[in-house]
Design a protein around this ligand. Structure first.
Ligand code: TRP
Ligand code: SF4
Length: 406
């Protein structure tokens, strides 16, 4: 990935403040964030405005949920020295960009986002026929584009939102990146790279535009990003020129699909608060142990002497996450021959989950005891985030003619 520009390497993701996190969040999202923070410039934020789109009638719990969630992030190992950790509602630029993007986003694009109808169906008890709820994915687009993020780690269900973001960015660049005299300006910018690079640029541009050569596109992008002497505006012109459009003011992000292991819940369905099948990161060890001891197994094993089938048992799914091949082999043989009991089978899981949770819980206790520290992590994160967001909005306002020369 070394040829990718810093901008394209920027990673951004958000989580709605749901309070204390559970093992599903940890295995599905957080572990991925922990790895990314060492590889890329990362921005992770609390999507508290997004929580309002569904819980506008009861916002009182949002601040507590946000704080508890951030404590879990830190306890899990998110490092404020590597990643920028912040809160959406503290960066008003998200709202400004959301408003401006709303002017040029066709209604049909939002109505067609699959989560729109799905969620309205699923959360029937709430009145989600609101303007804000329809705009949920566009707010997410603003979150992403205001940092010019290149990669957005999300689950399956959110890919459509990143796709929408790409379309919105393309439309924005198309509408507002076409300044007067664009081609001449791009040619001028090209010459500033020097004769050799300008010629290389032409070749790569031709290879991309005439033959759709993606490799040429990547090399040309890297070439442009490597030009320290070019202004940001010139680089944006060249990026757009390369692809045959206007200036690329808001780059299109890519979804980064989490390759995470699927974390089952205690009943074998996906782990989720609404299914009441979770183990919270901060559940006391005795609670964790009891929950695992009493979780259902293959119903065929009524008595200890009845053989079972791991594939009909949620405990087996936990072994997929926590056990090595040798243990799994032991489970397969022991279960099918009734050689082991279900409690024997669960013991390595209990040990594995506790070994994972205990250090997290110890750190969570420390962070919870130091609200000042958590506050300062967020203050610093918000400041860093806001600097980037401000810069983007300067450009966006310029592109949209929202600056008066008086
Ligand atoms: N919609 C995301 C979710 O429900 C949260 C979110 C908000 C987000 N803004 C984002 C994720 C920007 C990635 C990028 O999980
Ligand atoms: Fe499930 Fe293990 Fe019992 Fe088999 S032995 S039914 S895999 S808990």
């Amino acid at each position: 990935m070394s040829s990718v520009s810093a901008q394209h390497a920027r990673v951004l993701s958000g989580m709605r403040p749901t309070g204390q996190l559970h093992l599903g969040h940890y295995h599905g999202v957080l572990k991925n964030w922990l790895e990314l923070q060492h590889e890329y410039e990362c921005f992770f934020f609390v999507a508290d405005w997004h929580a309002l789109t569904t819980h506008y009638d009861d916002p009182t719990s949002i601040p507590d949920s946000s704080r508890e969630m951030v404590i879990d992030w830190l306890a899990a190992g998110l490092n404020p020295g590597s990643a920028t950790i912040f809160v959406q509602s503290r960066i008003p630029e998200h709202a400004e960009l959301h408003l401006l993007l709303s002017m040029m986003t066709p209604l049909g694009w939002l109505e067609r986002v699959p989560t729109y109808k799905d969620q309205q169906e699923r959360l029937k008890e709430r009145d989600l026929a609101t303007y804000g709820f329809l705009g949920y994915p566009l707010l997410q687009s603003a979150d992403i584009l205001v940092y010019k993020a290149g990669q957005v780690p999300v689950g399956e269900d959110q890919v459509a939102h990143v796709e929408l973001t790409r379309e919105v960015a393309r439309r924005f660049n198309h509408l507002y990146g076409r300044e007067p005299g664009f081609e001449e300006r791009a040619e001028d910018a090209k010459r500033k790279m020097g004769k050799k690079n300008a010629k290389l640029f032409d070749t790569l541009k031709r290879r991309y535009q005439e033959q759709g050569d993606a490799e040429a596109l990547a090399v040309a992008r890297a070439l442009i990003e490597g030009q320290g002497n070019l202004t940001l505006a010139d680089r944006e012109r060249l990026l757009g020129y390369l692809e045959g459009g206007g200036r690329v003011i808001l780059p299109e992000p890519q979804p980064l699909l989490t390759k995470a292991s699927r974390m089952p819940g205690l009943d074998g369905q996906k782990m989720s608060k609404s299914y009441h099948n979770t183990i919270a990161l901060r559940d006391p060890p005795a609670v964790v142990e009891k929950a695992l001891r009493t979780m259902p197994t293959d119903p065929a094993r009524v008595r200890r002497t009845d053989p079972g089938d791991p594939h009909k048992c949620p405990v087996w799914q936990f072994h997929q996450v926590y056990s090595n091949d040798a243990v799994r082999e032991w489970v397969q043989t022991g279960c099918r021959s009734a050689g082991i009991g279900c409690l024997d089978c669960k013991q390595p899981i209990i040990d594995g989950v506790l070994a994972e949770l205990l250090p997290i819980q110890a750190r969570a206790v420390e962070y919870a005891a130091q609200p000042e520290l958590v506050r300062s992590v967020l203050n610093e994160g918000c400041e860093r985030a806001r600097d980037v967001a401000r810069e983007t909005m300067e450009e966006v306002r310029h592109a949209m003619s929202l600056v008066m020369a008086i």
